[in-house]
Design a protein around this ligand. Structure first.
Ligand code: AMP
Ligand code: GLY
Length: 419
């Protein structure tokens, strides 16, 4: 039987493990208590590349799937390829698409990808000048820490005073650490967003079914940006035309620009897209599966996922899989306080039996002295599946209500506007 090793420990990695375990043997480093139900978990950390390589030598997988971006940015895929292990995930240079928003903007410009006007700034004065420049054009700014900041380093501003504070938070107070050494000041667009996860290999690509993510902490898209509070797939308002536009204008040209630099992209390219006046704009690229998009996308795929990832990791082309005619909705249960400071170690009570048509994905959980407890901001993902949106939503929320832990917070409006 084929053997996969998944690197990471979140809800996305649990969804990957759950799907791959239907078709092969799965190991994870470090995994989490939910992943342990479907895979063999090994001690370690996704950030410790030497440790991961040591686990790879022991487990001898046919395929390594890297969940989070940091190990990719740090060169894990390069090191695995050096020792002949197929890795699903791009090498370090291509991973800079996510590792540096400044680099990403530069490459988008080179490739002619439609993206809001933006300027990379390395001092607060430069950033302030960029804000004033936008103000003169009658446009509002978005201030983004250039480095990887777990989806939290983006501040969408309603006025220039907010932009001034955002620049201070990122560049002076260093709220996002080194990620904020450089910021990108960007024109704020208004429109609806969707996520396109495209499997890329050997110069070709195949997009997984479209998903929508709910990034803000509170109902009605209010509150701070988070890693993602829920997701839905499909989204009826995203027409095949929009997907084709995204592939032609956002995915294909950036793969071309990478290829021109001698970079062969093996993995999933995540395009964060906004549609304004019928036109698709790229807000960002990620070099990995989305979290929590993956939890809603993978349950909709037919068989062959293991082979698809292994083929691409080995340098082959992605072949399309069947997409099931079901709707999936994922509601994230978060710790009180997230995305700011939160407490860990809060005991979790799960229902004895999960409601029909649901899957529970663990994210920030661990086993403590008293059993299952919280260990992160995003704790669990409740996925509901159904023949229509209403059924899928009802099921996801039934599961969300059935789980208890102190301070549990979740949005009530996930997928309420998906059609
Ligand atoms: P990013 O990490 O760059 O995708 O940004 C996170 C979120 O911030 C996006 O999903 C959007 O909701 C918002 N955002 C980012 N850039 C812009 C922009 N130029 N205009 C409006 N909203 C934006
Ligand atoms: N859900 C957005 C992300 O994975 O970055």
């Amino acid at each position: 039987m084929s053997r996969a090793l998944i690197v990471g420990s979140g809800g996305r990695e649990h969804a990957l493990a759950w799907k791959l375990a239907q078709e092969g043997e799965v190991h994870a480093v470090p995994g989490n208590p939910g992943i342990a139900d479907v895979a063999v978990c090994h001690e370690g950390s996704a950030e410790d590349l030497d440790g991961v390589l040591e686990t790879v030598r022991r487990v001898q997988p046919d395929l390594v799937v890297v969940g989070p971006e940091n190990p990719l940015i740090a060169g894990l895929a390069d090191r695995l390829r050096e020792i002949g292990v197929p890795c699903f995930g791009p090498d370090a240079q291509a991973a800079m698409l996510e590792g540096s928003k400044a680099f990403s903007k530069e490459l988008m410009a080179e490739a002619g990808v439609p993206t809001p006007f933006g300027r990379a700034c390395s001092t607060p004065e430069e950033a302030w000048a960029a804000v004033r420049e936008l103000e003169d054009l009658g446009k509002l700014p978005v201030v983004k820490a250039s480095g990887a900041a777990l989806g939290k380093g983006v501040i969408v501003c309603d006025d220039t005073e907010q932009a001034r504070q955002a620049i201070r938070r990122a560049m002076v107070d260093r709220e996002f650490g080194d990620a904020g050494q450089t910021v990108v000041v960007e024109e704020r667009l208004t429109g609806r967003e969707f996520s396109l996860l495209t499997v890329c290999g050997a110069g070709t690509y195949w997009s997984l079914p479209v998903a929508q993510d709910y990034k803000r902490a509170l109902d009605g898209d209010r509150g701070p940006n988070t890693g993602g509070m829920g997701s839905v797939s499909p989204t009826a308002w995203v027409t095949p035309d929009l997907v084709a536009q995204a592939e032609e204008r956002v995915v294909a040209p950036i793969l071309g620009a990478l290829a021109a630099r001698g970079l062969d992209y093996r993995g999933v390219l995540f395009s964060g897209l906004m549609v304004q006046d019928g036109e698709v704009y790229c807000l960002e690229y990620n070099v990995r599966f989305g979290d929590p998009e993956t939890q809603s996308v993978l349950p909709r795929l037919g068989s062959g996922f293991f082979d698809l990832l292994r083929e691409v990791a080995s340098g082959g082309r992605p072949s399309p899989l069947k997409v099931e005619d079901v709707v999936a909705v994922t509601v994230v249960l978060a710790s009180a306080g997230y995305p700011d400071a939160y407490r860990k170690g809060v005991p979790i009570r799960l229902p004895e039996r999960l409601p029909d048509g649901t899957v529970l994905f663990h994210a920030g959980t661990r086993i403590g002295p008293q059993g299952l407890e919280t260990s992160g901001g995003r704790v669990l993902g409740c996925t509901g599946l159904g023949k229509d949106l209403r059924t899928a939503r009802d099921r996801a929320y039934r599961l969300a209500e059935a789980i208890q832990f102190e301070g549990k917070q979740f949005r009530r409006d996930i997928a309420a506007n998906a059609h």
